[in-house]
Design a binder for this molecule. Structure first.
Ligand SMILES: [Zn+2]
Length: 219
């Protein structure tokens, strides 16, 4: 909490410059937001990313949100993926009977959350759910990290990356009844190999989740 209050204070004190065109106002001005083009990328059948991590504006925003306390970025990212999620849900409802989904976010460890003051994915999920509250129910803290793991990006070997994740998440005991037999959307900021998503999916399924759709801002 402390960390986020400090972040809000700093953001009020220093007005932003657009990271792309340098105009004063927002972190990414509306003009530059409208120029961003989505790059829908299916990592596998049920895992979809909306933007390329190679896009400099996307990369910079995710970095600012994760490491620099720029919590305002969460709102911009939620706005950017909002329309695409709506379209996707219309399709999924028709083709796959994917109805009344619950939105959950990929957890970070308590250690990391304390250090940062927030889970960046929770912030995006919260903004997103405020926009689509008729279609999606966001339940915070459904998934929790049961142990602190090395950052996936720091492990180069694929098998070790997979090993690093096994049994690292659980469903919060108070959330178990809420997700049983329900369709779930898992949200993450960046998906790389999809291993974290699969671990989250497995964990949710063990608790009786029905269909699971995995979405990430970038890949
Ligand atoms: Zn701009």
């Amino acid at each position: 909490m402390k960390g986020s209050i400090r972040a809000i204070f700093l953001q009020t004190l220093f007005p932003e410059k657009c990271i792309s065109c340098k105009v004063r106002g927002e972190i990414l001005c509306l003009n530059c937001q409208s120029k961003l083009s989505p790059n829908l990328d299916y990592i596998n059948k049920n895992t979809l990313a909306f933007y390329s991590y190679k896009d400099p504006s996307i990369k910079k925003m995710l970095w600012l949100l994760k490491y620099k306390g720029k919590t305002k970025v969460a709102h911009i990212l939620a706005t950017l993926i909002y329309n695409q999620i709506l379209e996707l849900l219309v399709d999924k409802k028709m083709m796959d009977n994917f109805v009344d989904p619950i939105l959950v976010s990929i957890p970070v460890s308590n250690k990391r959350k304390r250090k940062r003051g927030y889970n960046q994915v929770d912030l995006i999920a919260k903004h997103l759910s405020q926009k689509i509250k008729d279609d999606i129910l966001y339940i915070p803290n459904v998934l929790q990290k049961t142990k602190h793991t090395k950052r996936q990006a720091d492990i180069k070997n694929r098998n070790q990356r997979l090993q690093n994740l096994i049994g690292t998440m659980s469903v919060h005991k108070e959330a178990k009844g809420k997700i049983r037999s329900r369709n779930i959307i898992i949200l993450d900021d960046i998906v790389t190999t999809g291993a974290t998503m699969r671990e989250a999916e497995k964990t949710l399924r063990k608790s009786g989740a029905k269909k699971v759709l995995m979405l990430a801002v970038a890949h």
